[in-house]
Design a protein around this ligand. Sequence first.
Ligand code: 13P
Length: 251
Amino acid sequence: MTMNRPILAANWKMNNGPTSAREFMKSFLDQYPRQNDRTVLFFPPAISLTTMAAAIADRRDIMLGVQNVYWKDQGAFTGELSVGMARDAGARVVLVGHSERRHVFGETDEETALKCAAVERGGLTPLLCVGELLDQREAGNAESVVVQQLRAGFSQMTQLATRDVLVAYEPVWAIGTGKTATPEDATAMHSVIRKELSALCGDRGRITPILYGGSVTSANAQTLLGAPQVDGLLVGGASLDAGSWLAVARA
Ligand code: 13P
């Protein structure tokens, strides 16, 4: 999988069903000709994936992912989505351990590990999200929380030395709050993540893309992207409006 950096990723969360996804893409693609110096990644709701795949058919600079999967391949698991189905519908990447999965739906480190392993088995790329709560930061535990989430999330993968993975640092206190980590905070935590990735993935850990997420806007995207160790952005709210997302994608 070739991804050029920076990686600009839009996490639409529970927004944009097939009809609005189609309209969004029409407007976005009209104004965003192919760019070879970056990769744009969309995480639409799974139900909009085939619509999105049709829209980007001839665009190698744009890729799709899903926001969540279950770790079993198939069977009686009402409401769940397998890695194989996501791949079939056009996904190349899977978000694992997003803060809302962890804190709204109670997803554990053990579950993120099973999901990352299933994504690897299914031949897709996991984008593992890690990040501390405000009280964990205030207690001085931010780094240990993030390192623990990383180690746990990748603990069941067997090909870390040879396969692509992506990581996003999304401090929970910055998600949807309008409070962004400073570029210095982002660089500091990304450096901690980089060191841990080198321990986990060997040489490959040095080039694993690390994205920042949390209240990224068209106004701060450029500055955050310019921070050392920030290889891309994972954007929620500002990715829902075609105009503001265009500005971020061009940052
Ligand atoms: P916001 O950009 O809305 O803060 O959301 C960030 C996020 O959770 C991306 O995955």
